[in-house]
Design a binder for this molecule. Structure first.
Ligand code: FMN
Length: 91
């Protein structure tokens, strides 16, 4: 079965989320969804540990691990985010 991971660039379920879900459902398969920042709210520290050493040594790895696993595991990765310039009300 096709494994699909959707990373939503917002934590609300608006039109962007619906479009991504529609696409994932049309492709069909096992769908896993993550909402940012709800499911992962850390910023990269720029320490390069993931490059120099190993991703599992990332200071945020405990929180990051579910996303990383779902990304590496999937056949199709869908990234989406609405465009917000003036208002962050819906984050
Ligand atoms: C350049 C640009 C800037 C936008 N800025 C905002 C904004 O600041 N606030 C807002 O509510 N919508 C803004 N929009 C409209 C949203 O992107 C649009 O309504 C989108 O469908 C919202 O997606 P959502 O339903 O997933 O939140 C902007 C659109 C564009 C193209």
């Amino acid at each position: 079965m096709m494994k699909i991971t959707v990373i939503h660039g917002q934590s609300h379920e608006g039109s962007t989320c619906m479009v991504a879900r529609e696409l994932a459902n049309k492709v069909g398969g096992e769908i896993r969804e993550f909402f940012l920042p709800r499911d992962f709210n850390r910023s990269c520290l720029g320490c390069y540990t993931c490059f120099k050493n190993d991703l599992s040594d990332c200071p945020h790895y405990k929180e990051l691990e579910p996303l990383v696993t779902a990304i590496l595991d999937c056949d199709l990765l869908i990234l989406e985010s609405p465009v917000y310039v003036l208002s962050l009300i819906h984050i």
